[in-house]
Design a protein around this ligand. Structure first.
Ligand code: PLP
Ligand code: TYF
Length: 409
């Protein structure tokens, strides 16, 4: 009955912004949500995106529904962007040419995760999905709601502020064959710590041996190196293994929210690598059947922006890549500035410089995070994750000082 519906707790990440808004301290800093801010603390629209919107304003002459899985043009852009960078990734190209990749536009990365989770729940033999500990909180919520059974594998050792690779391997090896395993492509959320190429090789060997189904989440492509084409080493390894039929199938969730700043446009994709072109036909048809009764078809504005940016005649692709590089450059600068201003006499902060992407995973306790919030109006999630785009020249010293005071207590 409606009168008996219990109150749900606020979202662990988005709830932080609500508390931040209600704080009247002029020095307050929001390090909660992972969305980019410039050096003045303001959200941005990439100039290349604005240009693309101008093109659309002039040329767009319909707002028709796009097909259930998005336009062919968008699908092909995504396939080539991720699996066949400028024709240079022979393995990805082979999979595309062989008709072994089914791509659908989705409602950003979250929608992509939900669609593949629903799909796996419907068609995959195994419901267990292994996720790193820790992982983005919404992963667990999405998989649970889709009827899968998330379970953690070791990933990070908070007491050492470092990856726990030995236990990562052990915990994967102890799992039943055929489980689904979630991998963060780069800029692991929340820790910012990724596996090295050699470590990926070892993990992929376990995945091959145990016949796991890899599900890759790539929300931060470009944020590790500043260059999207350099951040897809894991995908390159997987496409090679798929061609060799060692890991014949996997799926990839991708989003333009962060790297093109299209957060609210909800523009992303799911790609499923299948054993054969014939399987692709069936899988694509089932994907349509699954999506149609949920939201029928995806929104078009964001995907049209992507289409214009990738249209060579506009010249916007190199512009976007250079703007993305600048965004990542600023994040690296504030990461370094925060590090420089932290008191290292009694506390080791070196892990901050090993982490990549939008976050630093400080290792501060929930109590210390609370103190930062209550006494300094510094808002971060309870796990000690700081979204560093909230840091800028105007507040980095205040922030570092607040942290220095809190760890003295
Ligand atoms: N996956 C991870 C790890 C994320 O951090 C995010 C967003 O923060 C997403 C997926 C999905 O984001 P969106 O739905 O905005 O594309
Ligand atoms: O900061 C994070 O990890 C994310 C960001 O619809 C986010 O939770 C916020 C809203 C949304 C998707 C992702």
């Amino acid at each position: 009955k409606f009168g008996e519906i219990p109150l749900a707790p606020p979202d662990k990440i988005l709830g932080i912004t609500e508390a931040f808004i209600n704080d009247s301290n002029p020095k307050k800093i929001n390090l909660g949500v992972g969305a980019y801010r410039d050096n003045l603390g303001k959200p941005i629209i990439f100039p290349s995106v604005k240009e693309a919107e101008k093109v659309l304003l002039q040329k767009e002459n319909e707002k028709e529904y796009t097909p259930i899985i998005g336009s062919k043009k968008f699908q092909n852009i995504v396939k080539n962007f991720i699996f066949n960078n400028s024709g240079k990734d022979a393995n990805g190209k082979q999979l595309i040419d062989d008709g072994r990749i089914v791509t659908s536009q989705t409602i950003s990365g979250t929608g992509s995760l939900r669609v593949i989770a629903d799909f796996l729940n419907r068609f995959y033999s195994n419901k267990k999905i292994l996720v790193p500990k820790p992982t983005w909180a919404n992963h667990v919520a999405v998989f649970n709601d889709a009827g899968l059974q998330p379970e953690f594998y070791s990933y990070y050792e908070t007491s050492k502020n470092d990856l726990d690779f030995a236990n990562l391997k052990k915990s994967l090896e102890s799992q039943p064959d055929g489980s689904i395993v979630l991998l963060h492509a780069c800029c692991h959320n929340p820790t910012g710590m990724d596996l090295t190429n050699e470590q990926w090789d070892q993990v992929l060997q376990i995945i091959e041996n145990k016949k796991f189904f890899p599900l890759v989440d790539m929300a931060y492509q470009g944020f590790a190196s500043g260059k999207p084409y350099e951040d897809i080493e894991l995908i390159r390894k997987l496409t090679k293994l798929a061609n060799e039929n060692k890991i014949p199938t996997f799926a990839l969730c991708q989003s333009f929210a962060k790297n093109m700043g299209l957060y609210g446009e909800r523009t992303g994709s799911i790609s499923i690598i299948t054993p054969s072109a014939q399987d692709s036909k069936a899988i694509e048809s089932q994907l349509k059947k699954l999506i149609r009764p949920i939201y029928s078809s995806p929104p078009i504005h964001g995907s049209k922006i992507v289409e214009v940016i990738f249209d060579e005649s506009t010249g916007l692709l190199p512009q976007w890549l250079s703007e993305l590089d600048q965004v990542v450059g600023r994040l690296n600068t504030v990461r370094q500035k925060l590090y420089d201003n932290l008191d290292k006499s009694n506390y080791n902060w070196d892990h901050l410089l090993k982490q990549r992407g939008m976050f630093v995973y400080t290792g501060l306790s929930p109590e210390q995070v609370q103190t930062l919030r209550n006494e300094y109006s510094v808002y971060a999630t309870d796990d000690g994750r700081f979204s560093i785009s909230g840091i800028n020249d105007g507040n980095v010293e205040y922030l570092a000082n607040a942290i220095n005071e809190v760890i003295k207590k």
